[in-house]
Design a protein around this ligand. Structure first.
Ligand code: HEM
Length: 142
């Protein structure tokens, strides 16, 4: 009973104080690494190529959603880019089409993680990683 109370108290304190804890990205060494320039080649304009976008430095093949991300789709501005900031802010302005999430609130970062897990990881295939993700981890190659 005492143990249960202690666990409950620690849990409660954590919920109140711990706030956002970033989702850890597991890197699969089999997959290729993309620069922003390379990723931009997969913006859906060339119908021979798949459509890619990245979230949190992970590149997804979103060809199945070509109607959203291809030319004329409501979310075409996201294709060929790392759109982490847009997923966090839920805004579709040009300045949100970037991997840079500096200055965002815990709630926004949590909503980015939710989009990453519940939409992209669930629906689309991972096809690579952004170079910046490796650099943040102090590496230059896989
Ligand atoms: C008034 C605001 C919005 C409405 C009514 C809306 C509505 C929708 C609907 C109905 C779909 C599904 C379309 C389908 O299945 O055919 C969709 C998909 C999507 N929405 Fe929105 N949306 C809105 C704003 C936004 C914003 C602000 C963002 C991001 C910053 C966003 C990101 C997306 C994305 C990425 C998809 C495609 C999901 C996928 O790949 O399956 N939406 N939206």
């Amino acid at each position: 009973m005492l143990g249960y109370n202690v666990c409950f108290a620690v849990g409660l304190i954590c919920v109140i104080h711990c706030g956002y804890s970033p989702l850890k990205i597991d890197i699969d060494r089999e997959l290729p690494v993309f620069s922003h320039e390379e990723l931009s080649q997969y913006n859906g304009k060339d119908t021979e190529k798949p459509v890619y976008l990245a979230v949190k430095g992970v590149v997804f093949d979103v060809s199945e959603g070509r109607r959203f991300y291809g030319p004329g789709g409501n979310y075409h501005m996201m294709a060929g880019k790392d759109v982490s900031r847009a997923m966090a802010t839920q805004e579709l302005m040009d300045q949100d089409m970037t991997h840079d999430v500096a200055g965002l609130s815990d709630d926004q970062l949590q909503s980015l993680d939710n989009m990453f897990t519940k939409l992209y990881l669930t629906k689309y295939k991972k096809v690579g990683y952004m170079q910046y993700l490796l650099e943040e981890n102090g590496k230059t190659e896989l």
